[in-house]
Design a protein around this ligand. Structure first.
Ligand code: APR
Length: 260
């Protein structure tokens, strides 16, 4: 076996041991864990922000000026987003929850794939793409209602049935506050964690990219699984570069070996 492969195998064993011995482990995921479900990430190769400028398509002030730009991007991404299924990386994390190895999953993703894979304690710190609200009267709409509106009136932003104002998906755009409960809960969990497993995030967007730092300052450790380097790699106990859909199941398999 080549040295790099050997060291990866050893790192997987080491990660499994850290997870089995942790008392308060939480997981932080990013868009990278959903790319193997067909959903593009933002900053990886061919990411969404390569094609759509975030300051125009992902920012609340530009949404309020002209929602049609956001909806044009949404129509392009919606089919993959709404039809995506969990991949082995999501199932591996759901299994860690069932095995009581992890306490919670904090996710920056809005695709609900952790829940679809069976995970229960999931904090969606950037919202959820399956819920929509009216910017005027705060009326709420579900995915089917909005998809019907988009079908009926092609190429225009869906409007509220009651007050006629534009609808917005319940996802956090740049310039918006995070949902209060999820934000404070994730900070509290990060501060108390003795181990944070980070999967598929570039760790570049505040305030969530600060969560691993809270864990470190509380004396906790980091395990990073990502196919690109991150700025916290040198602070992590273990860095596994590769696909979450391959590496996370291997870690779960190793944990099962330890436990038998
Ligand atoms: N396995 C492992 N890592 C992967 C995989 C994969 N299959 N696919 C992509 N990656 C890595 C990418 O190399 C990148 O480093 O996952 C990371 C994803 O980073 P981003 O695209 O920046 O996604 P994320 O960290 O979740 O972004 C945070 O930014 O635009 C906002 O609100 C948006 O929630 C998002 C936030």
């Amino acid at each position: 076996m080549r040295p790099r492969e050997r060291s990866k195998k050893e790192d997987i064993k080491k990660a499994a041991k850290f997870l089995v011995n942790s008392k308060n482990c939480i997981v932080l995921t990013g868009a990278g864990i959903s790319t193997e479900s067909g959903i593009p990430d933002f900053r990886g190769e061919g990411g969404i922000w390569d094609k759509y400028k975030p300051e125009i398509y992902g920012d609340i002030s530009s949404f309020l000026q002209d929602p049609s730009k956001f909806w044009k991007m949404a129509e392009d991404i919606a089919p993959t987003l709404f039809n995506a299924e969990p991949n082995p990386g999501h199932y591996a994390l759901a299994e860690l929850e069932k095995m009581k190895i992890i306490k919670a999953i904090i996710t920056q993703n809005v695709d609900e794939l952790h829940q679809k894979a069976g995970a229960v304690i999931v904090y969606e710190v950037h919202g959820n793409i399956n819920r929509f609200t009216c910017l005027g009267c705060r009326a709420s709409y579900n995915k089917e209602q909005v998809l019907n509106k988009l079908k009926r009136k092609k190429k225009s932003s869906p409007l509220c049935d009651y007050c006629g104002m534009p609808l917005k998906p319940s996802v956090v755009l740049f310039g918006e506050d995070l949902p209060k409960f999820e934000k404070f809960m994730s900070i509290d969990l990060a501060k108390k964690a003795d181990l944070m497993l980070i999967a598929g995030s570039s760790l570049t967007v505040a305030p969530i990219c600060d969560l691993p730092v809270y864990t470190l300052s509380g004396g906790g450790k980091l395990i990073i699984v990502n196919d690109q380097p991150t700025h916290l790699d040198d602070k992590a106990e273990i860095v596994l570069n590769g696909k979450t859909g391959i590496l996370l199941p291997l870690i779960v398999e190793e944990i099962k070996n330890i436990k038998t």
